[in-house]
Write a protein that binds this ligand. Structure first.
Ligand code: NAD
Length: 380
């Protein structure tokens, strides 16, 4: 493949174009990678698509967007501008379907368009994703690059954890994941309703569930146990609920059984015999999340702290009582994952993609096993 790569973006929101919520913004990383042109942005909110395009054209990489058009419908965009690759950054319920309008993966695969797809894979139970997963497996076998946005797989801190585990040799004995999100500025109606978001384990803690699998190996799904704060419990009351974009406050319009749980605590066993745990909260005020992933091995303890911000790794090695802190605040895994995707598309070599669809599906299954266990349902 030569010349500038023709990229389109599906979704004109935060993950593709940035915002106050966090460090993500795929368009800015594409600007850094270079050698690409943006040919289209699809979003039913066409005003938003036009707004982000106008802002980018006025910015330092304006030329990259010079010929880009805004579309309400991604099907129309695919046939009008024929991108070589797309970035899919839409809410969980808006993709992963077999029928329009949520059939973006299948439509891109049918058109031979490489995909960078944001997590989670959808909002429906994993069994319902089977037709999409099968079609994408065939497309990947035929050479289509499909990369899922489990960004921390590209983090230098996580690479360091993997190297230390290899050096220490004894394997992982426990994974302890903690993820507490700041809720008081989450203004998206759909986030508060598990029918559209999938719930905070599927939508958000999924990053740490994925890292648990990366570092600890596969989990035995039947071993998963979980509890959550019952939506009818006084402990589900939150004092600083935001006013949402539709003018309502928090999840007052969502039936209680579909409200995003305030806290979920889960445990499971890995196939290796090691144990895993995850506690997720929707409890903090403001915008900054607090998250930590702790790994225990024989003589080994590692804590990955604040991977979204001032990322640090604390390591206590075998036969030592000293804890070393390694800073990674200058690392940008969002850039690394975009570089890896663009390289794979250009070269036809997908070996640098760290989260192919089939692997991401296993993370999706584990998040759903946790969600179902916390709701008192068995897995099947
Ligand atoms: N990997 C990460 O660190 C990370 C960070 C943020 C968000 N995300 C994920 O990215 C996804 C999108 O999140 P966001 O923050 O950008 O949400 P957002 O609400 O800011 O933007 C989503 C956009 O998608 C648009 N959309 C809805 N249906 C569409 C369709 N059929 N075609 C085209 N556009 C459509 C919406 O109108 C909206 O503008 C979510 O799944 C989220 O979990 C991942």
């Amino acid at each position: 493949m030569s010349g500038e790569l023709r990229i389109a973006l599906i979704g004109a929101g935060g993950v593709n174009f940035g915002g106050a919520e966090g460090p993500w913004d795929h368009a800015s990383r594409l600007e850094q990678v270079g050698g690409v042109v943006v040919v289209g942005v699809a979003d039913p909110d066409t005003k938003r698509a036009q707004r982000v395009l106008a802002a980018r054209r006025a910015g330092p990489a304006g030329a990259m967007y010079a010929s880009a058009a805004a579309f309400a419908d991604f099907h129309e965009m695919l046939s009008a501008v024929r991108p070589e690759a797309v970035f899919i950054g839409v809410p969980p319920h808006a993709h992963g379907a077999t029928q329009p309008p949520g059939d973006m993966e299948l439509a891109c695969a049918a058109a031979g368009v490489h995909m960078f797809l944001e997590k989670p894979l959808g909002s429906v139970p994993p069994e319902e994703l089977a037709p999409v997963a099968e079609a994408l497996a065939k497309a990947a076998e035929a050479g289509l690059v499909i990369s899922v946005g489990y960004v921390f797989r590209y983090s230098r801190a996580v690479e360091t954890m993997q190297r230390i585990l290899d050096e220490a040799g004894g394997g992982v004995r426990a994974v302890i994941a903690r993820y507490d999100c700041a809720y008081s500025e989450i203004r998206k109606t759909e986030w508060w309703d598990v029918r559209t978001s999938g719930g905070p384990i599927v939508e958000q803690a999924t990053h740490f569930v994925d890292l648990s699998r990366l570092l600890g190996g596969e989990a035995e799904l039947d071993s998963v146990q979980a509890v959550r704060i019952d939506p009818h419990s006084p402990a589900a009351e939150l004092a600083d609920m935001p006013v949402l974009t539709d003018g309502t406050r928090g999840d007052q319009t969502v039936p209680a059984e579909f409200r995003a749980p305030r806290t979920t605590a889960a445990v499971w066993r890995f196939e290796s015999g090691a144990v895993g745990s995850l506690t997720h909260g929707t409890l903090l005020h403001g915008q900054k999340y607090e998250s930590e992933l702790e790994i225990w091995g024989d003589g080994l303890r590692m804590v990955l702290a604040d991977p979204y911000g001032d990322c640090r790794l604390m390591v206590r090695r075998p036969h030592s009582e000293r804890t070393e802190t390694i800073p990674f605040g200058d690392d940008d895994p969002y850039l690394s994952e975009v570089q890896a995707f663009i390289h794979a598309v250009r070269s036809g070599d997908a070996s640098g993609i760290r989260s192919p669809y089939a692997d991401a599906l296993r993370t999706y299954e584990l998040t759903w096993a946790i969600r179902r266990a916390s709701e008192g349902k068995c897995r099947h």
